[in-house]
Design a binder for this molecule. Structure first.
Ligand code: SF4
Length: 370
């Protein structure tokens, strides 16, 4: 993979320079607090949806406002927000996809007072009643948005945005195939950098970059010098440094079920209407909350992990367990039991990261199973 190009794109995530530019050019920029916020709706109304992710390494300011035991994901967003790093935002949109995200939405709105804020209600069970409710809820969100920003919503524009996002998903599916090869032509570090870059620009622009990268993949014969193919499991994880460390130790990350990666882009919108869109977001099987009728959400998640492992040929799982993540805490034992015949390593993550300890454990794991 073209390292320079990947790093150049990643830099947009680190500097947020494009987002600031969109704002200077008069675009509405909206921060989303969950991978399950239907970005297509915001995009179709001429605004730029941005997945909020904090870059702060320490979280002293956040700890004075929200509980210190919360997940790193919410603490880092709060820290960056309190430091004024999200001054380019016109508003935020959250979702009731877990308790932390719901309460964090309130805390953010209370302390930061964004001009516009909306919390989308997502139902738990996937059936027709829930789908009708969810579609109505999305219409209510659209109503609030259009009246606040004096913009317009049309099914025609939504159709165009759905196409842009489906193309994005298709290109990522093509790229992920490169990870599944015996000699992966894309490392886990490069993959995560691209996913993070995609949160910092309009998807139509990202699609052009992905097409360019895909056209050049044959120039590289792939990574052969690795000992273990790794599946990464977790929630809102996006620390490139940890993935880099796993790969320096001889692992290669070939798949994941992270909310910031597979849980974000997997699954097309089948159709072009608001109802079709609602269906896609309600049936997100990587989602840690929603479930089919008669089964548990964890069962859907386990199946999602199984599928990723099947297609990528991963040999082992590294579970990234954020100590403040309620979902990781609840689901980790299920995942360990389900994959008990599979080499699995659990890494407890807390800030600051005990880097040397993590490095030693990863090294021992890869040496044992590689
Ligand atoms: S899923 Fe976990 S990491 Fe993500 S917001 Fe909820 S508690 Fe935080």
């Amino acid at each position: 993979m073209e390292k320079d190009k990947v790093n150049q794109l990643y830099n947009f995530f680190l500097t947020r320079s494009l987002l600031k530019k969109y704002r200077e050019n008069g675009r509405i920029v909206i921060g989303t607090l969950c991978n399950n916020v239907p970005e297509e709706i915001i995009h179709s109304m001429g605004a730029v949806p941005v997945r909020l992710l904090g870059l702060s390494k320490s979280t002293e300011l956040a700890s004075a406002k929200i509980p210190t035991w919360l997940c790193l994901y919410s603490k880092r967003i709060m820290e960056d927000a309190l430091k004024g790093e999200f001054g380019f935002l016109d508003g935020i949109v959250g979702m009731t996809s877990d308790d932390t995200k719901s309460h964090f939405f309130s805390a953010y709105s209370f302390y930061l007072k964004p001009r516009f804020s909306y919390l989308i209600q997502i139902p738990y069970v996937r059936d027709e009643t829930s789908l009708d409710f969810f579609e109505k809820e999305l219409r209510r969100f659209i109503g609030r948005f259009t009246s606040f920003f004096a913009t317009e919503f049309s099914e025609e524009k939504l159709k165009e945005s759905i196409e842009v996002y489906n193309t994005f998903r298709e290109l990522l599916n093509d790229l992920s195939e490169l990870r599944y090869a015996d000699s992966p032509r894309l490392s886990g570090e490069e993959w995560l950098k691209l996913l993070l870059a995609s949160t910092s620009m309009l998807k139509e622009e990202m699609n052009d970059h992905l097409r360019e990268l895909l056209s050049k993949t044959n120039d590289f014969e792939g990574y052969k010098d690795y000992k273990l193919r790794v599946h990464l499991s977790g929630t809102d994880f996006y620390d490139v440094e940890i993935v880099k460390m796993i790969e320096e130790m001889g692992g290669i990350v070939v798949s994941d079920d992270l909310c910031t990666s597979a849980g974000y882009y997997k699954g097309f919108v089948e159709g072009k209407t608001l109802k079709d869109l609602a269906k896609r977001y309600l049936s997100q099987s990587a989602c840690v909350l929603t479930s089919g009728v008669g089964n548990l959400s964890i069962e859907d998640r386990l199946e999602f992990i199984r599928e990723r492992i099947r297609e990528s040929g991963a040999d082992a799982i590294i579970l990234l367990k954020d100590r403040g993540c309620e979902i990781c805490g609840h689901q980790c034992p299920f995942i360990l039991q389900e994959f008990s015949d599979f080499p699995t390593l659990v890494l407890d993550l807390d800030s600051p990261y005990p880097t040397e300890q993590l490095r030693t454990r990863v090294e021992a794991f890869i040496e044992s199973y590689g």
